[in-house]
Design a protein around this ligand. Structure first.
Ligand code: ADE
Ligand code: ZN
Length: 324
């Protein structure tokens, strides 16, 4: 199999976390912003723990200052995804880094990103994302400006950040605003924290998808609930291994979850931070877990059913993954 050429969907990709190190260094030089401590001697992002990863990520975001920067970032990331066979994607992006919650500024950032996405052959949608450790008040502001701009390519609302901070119910109001605006909902849970974080997230926020959710495997009742309720997991195996959630792919919960009837999809999360890409993810699943083209078709069909897009786009893309 030529893993790069297989057509793929990618539902879980953080725009800022997908920024190539060369892109960030180039912007830093252009704007004279210090990136001391962000890169190692080989030019890779520096971090060891999850919290350090989030800190480096936020430092790197300091160079993304204008709508034009974000537009250029969308183009660079989509170009890279296209190289790995991605035909449909959703980008998480945090309005906190796009004008700090100001509606007028956010509109300009979003317009630049939409323009870049529309120029790409990859079909893309955006999921505006609140950052959990920035707290519920900032999340409300993010939800409000997302609701004001919902539609077009902005089709989802999500939450990332440090799962150990706050409880899911602190964000119910933000998610209610986004739901009311018609945005699709997803939230990170069960990545760093255990299965309780997934159950609490489902109860409090009622998302149709969970970012990661891979630690659900520790609670059989939760696994049954995910299967029964048809909750779709955005699984990012390379990210989980990099963050030491699992020691390697063979120990990863993706197979057990799938075999228990849970709907799984595959994405990269923050590829340069985790030294991965979609080609490497598919290669690993094939070579280490024996996944076949049929398995890849199945996860891509699941992803298109769960995608936050209009029905015409869904059926157009679904036709690519029908196993024909
Ligand atoms: N933001 C970017 N990547 C993330 C991850 N893997 N978990 C939580 N928040 C994130
Ligand atoms: Zn993520």
């Amino acid at each position: 199999m030529n893993f790069g050429e297989i057509a793929k969907t990618e539902l879980h990709l953080h725009l800022e976390g997908a920024a190539p190190p060369t892109f960030i260094r180039w912007l830093a030089q252009e704007k004279n912003v210090s990136m001391d401590g962000v890169f190692d001697e080989n030019g890779a992002y520096v971090w060891t723990t999850f919290v350090e990863f989030l800190a480096t990520y936020e430092r790197a975001c300091e160079v993304l200052k204008t709508p034009e920067d974000f537009g250029r970032l969308v183009s660079a990331v989509l170009e890279e995804q296209a190289r790995h066979g991605v035909v449909y994607t959703e980008h998480f992006l945090a309005p906190d880094f796009c004008g700090g919650g100001d509606l007028g500024a956010w509109k300009e950032y979003l317009a630049a990103m939409v323009e870049a996405a529309e120029a790409s052959p990859v079909e893309a949608r955006f999921i505006s994302t609140c950052v959990r450790h920035m707290g519920p008040e900032q999340a409300k502001t993010t939800a409000k400006i997302s609701a004001e701009t919902a539609g077009g390519l902005l089709t989802g609302f999500g939450m990332g950040g440090d799962e150990s901070q706050y409880s899911a119910s602190d964000f119910t109001y933000a998610f209610d605003i986004a739901r009311e605006a018609g945005l699709g909902l997803t939230s990170h849970a069960g990545e760093i924290e255990g299965p309780n974080s997934v159950a609490e997230t489902l109860d409090a926020l009622r998302p149709s998808r969970i970012g990661h959710g891979v630690r659900s495997i520790e609670d059989p009742a939760l696994v049954a609930r995910l299967a029964n309720e048809g909750v779709v997991l955005e699984v990012c195996p390379g990210s989980n291994i990099s963050l030491n959630v699992f020691p390697d792919l063979k120990a990863h919960s993706i197979t057990a979850l799938r075999d228990s009837g849970v709907q799984v999809t595959v994405s990269t999360d923050d590829p340069p931070y985790f030294h991965t890409d979609m080609t490497a993810e598919y290669k690993g699943l094939s070579e280490q877990l024996g996944w076949t083209q049929e398995d890849f078709d199945a996860i891509n069909q699941t992803a298109m059913k769960a995608a936050f897009c209009d029905e015409a786009t869904r059926s157009k893309l679904m036709a690519m993954f029908n196993g024909a």
